[in-house]
Design a protein around this ligand. Structure first.
Ligand SMILES: *[C@@H]1O[C@H](CO)[C@@H](O)[C@H](O)[C@H]1NC(C)=O
Length: 334
């Protein structure tokens, strides 16, 4: 993938590379793996956001994919972000699960979608073999694929903070119903979440990017079926508010939403319409700041420049359903 590079965090590799890469030693201090993706020559950046999609093309997944291809071409996108629930119903069974090709490679075939994908895991992905989705073997099968639990993507004009939100949600541990979750590498849950919050806070605090965008599977604010994720409202949101985050982008609720924070500049954007939609489902009771809600399928595009962000939501026919523009306030350093 052109312009796509990343720094390994493994200490062993760092020792080897430390002789040639001065930055390697520095990067071992921060715990989140970091990736880089250059902005366009004029400093702008554009990308699509899709969530809750992998159903072998069914439930309009292929129709949404087709429109993503069209809009991707029009906007000349740099990459695609997946907000998780990549493979239904239960993630991947292993690195040889053909759902990877059937739900990803063979569905997102448009020329404009042959870009790097950056993905987080959803709760459905945790019901399968998590390590398989994170495995470099998948990247060999389809070079567009990159999924990690939590990581930072530096795209010059914007920095993206991908957060593994499933381990925050208590009910998956205390009341998993008839599902089994792959918690390898997560337990003890308390420590995992506490460490992750610390890492995210540090990465946000150190960021000098114009735009700060946080991605997770679960919504912080949502009026869809699941509603607000209380664990994230309590633990993650204060960190985002304290660090001038512009956007929080998620899936989980199978709908498209735009909700404004009533106490900070953060905009909450749900793009969870990649395949099966939940028509007529309104779960969230907190209606504060709701600007847009669509309970059908679709996706979102984001265009960033130094001075503004343009965000659009599309339905399965590629019609624009909702737009928002955000002007970047100039911060005056004291
Ligand atoms: C596909 O999208 C159309 C238009 O929104 C909708 O009427 C139809 O029910 C969708 N089909 C499925 C299987 O979700």
């Amino acid at each position: 993938m052109a312009g796509f590079s990343y720094k390994y965090k493994s200490k062993a590799l760092c020792l080897v590379l430390a002789f040639t890469l001065g930055s390697c030693l520095f990067s071992t201090l921060a715990k989140l793996q970091r990736f880089e993706h250059p902005s366009n020559a004029d400093g702008s950046l554009s990308f699509l956001v899709i969530g809750d999609w992998g159903r072998r093309g069914a439930y309009n997944q292929s129709q949404v994919a087709f429109q993503m291809g069209r809009i991707g071409e029009e906007l000349d996108i740099n990459f695609i972000i997946s907000t998780g629930d990549n493979f239904y119903e239960n993630g991947l069974t292993g690195i040889d699960d053909t759902a990877f090709e059937e739900s990803f490679t063979n569905v997102y075939t448009a020329k404009s979608l042959q870009k790097q994908w950056y993905s987080v895991l959803g709760n459905h992905d945790y019901r399968g073999d998590v390590e398989a989705q994170l495995s470099p073997v998948l990247r060999k099968i389809d070079g567009r694929w990159l999924c990690l639990r939590s990581f930072v993507l530096n795209a010059e004009i914007a920095e993206f903070f991908f957060v593994d939100t499933t381990p925050f949600v208590e009910k998956y541990f205390s009341n998993p119903e008839d599902h089994t979750y792959d918690w390898n590498g997560i337990s003890p849950q308390k420590d995992y979440v506490a460490d992750l919050l610390k890492d995210v806070e540090l990465a946000l605090r150190e960021s000098t990017a114009k735009w700060k965008i946080v991605i997770g599977h679960h919504g912080i604010r949502s009026i869809g079926y699941h509603g607000d994720t209380q664990e994230l409202v309590k633990k993650l949101l204060p960190i985002l508010e304290a660090n001038n985050v512009d956007f929080y982008m998620n899936g989980h609720d199978h709908c498209l939403e735009h909700i404004s924070s009533t106490v900070s500049p953060i905009q909450f954007l749900t793009s969870g319409g990649g395949s099966r939609a939940w028509r007529g489902d309104f779960g969230g009771l907190n209606q504060d700041g709701v600007k847009f809600y669509y309970d059908g399928q679709g996706f979102m595009s984001v265009q960033l420049t130094q001075s503004d962000a343009k965000i659009m939501f599309y339905d399965v026919f590629g019609n624009v359903l909702h737009k928002l523009s955000v002007a970047k306030q100039a911060y005056s350093a004291m």
